[in-house]
Write a protein that binds this ligand. Structure first.
Ligand code: DX5
Ligand code: ZN
Length: 214
């Protein structure tokens, strides 16, 4: 299993310390949640903070944009050195061309779906995607309860990917812990995002290692 700890649950008064923990852990990447107070009812952090994080983080950056008009920010996200740019299907009118532009900029393109958005909306572009990020909570806040229906969505997405020969990885975000992580692994997930489970643990490195073992 690949693991992408979410910085949203880190200690914002001491980000350097928490990034060092991630650098020294088995984490495969670092998940950065950008919120605009429009698409989601919360505001997290923006480019100045992410630039500082990128300076010290040695893991690939997995950027999750919970913002309207994500297509406006492709070059800024690329300039951060991001590996993956995830945009929400619900915020993007011309999803196909935005995905193409993200890939032309040299990043992996991920499309994120809210809990109420069916996997079927991706049928016609699944072969163009590097990643599908399924939200297992409503986007906007950490520490929410996992929505069990996500397991069925993972199975449906796995079927679509296998049927079409798409190379897209399945990433899950929200309420991931020891129990739901194991269930998601069995359902066919490739990458687990975890905020609270990692950063509120007595040992974040051990929490990451537990998810990695699935
Ligand atoms: C929520 C964010 C998540 C969040 C997950 O909108 O996209 O990445 O940090 O937090 P936990 O793991 O605490 O549910
Ligand atoms: Zn996220």
């Amino acid at each position: 299993m690949l693991v992408s700890p979410s910085l949203l649950a880190a200690d914002f008064s001491n980000l350097g310390k928490d990034i060092e923990i991630i650098n020294n852990s088995e984490a495969d990447m670092l998940h950065l949640d950008v919120m605009d107070g429009v698409f989601v009812p919360n505001i997290s952090f923006g480019f100045p903070v992410m630039e500082a994080v990128a300076e010290v983080c040695t893991k690939p950056l997995d950027v999750h944009l919970m913002i309207v008009e994500p297509e406006k920010w492709i070059s800024q996200v690329r300039d951060l050195g991001a590996d993956i740019m995830n945009i929400h299907q619900e915020t993007c009118t011309h999803l196909y061309s935005t995905v193409c532009h993200i890939r032309e900029a040299g990043m992996k393109a991920g499309v994120t779906l809210c809990p109420a958005t069916p996997v079927s909306v991706l049928e016609d572009i699944i072969t163009e995607l590097d990643m599908v990020l399924l939200m297992s909570v409503e986007p906007g806040f950490g520490g929410q309860k996992f929505i069990p229906h996500t397991l069925e969505k993972v199975r449906r997405l796995r079927e679509l990917i296998d049927k079409t020969g798409s190379k897209a990885l399945i990433e899950i975000d929200g309420g991931v812990n020891q129990k739901t992580g194991s269930e998601l692994a069995h359902a066919g997930a490739d990458i687990l995002v975890a905020g609270s489970y990692v950063f509120k643990a007595p040992s974040p490195a051990e929490a990451i290692a537990t998810l990695k073992s699935y």
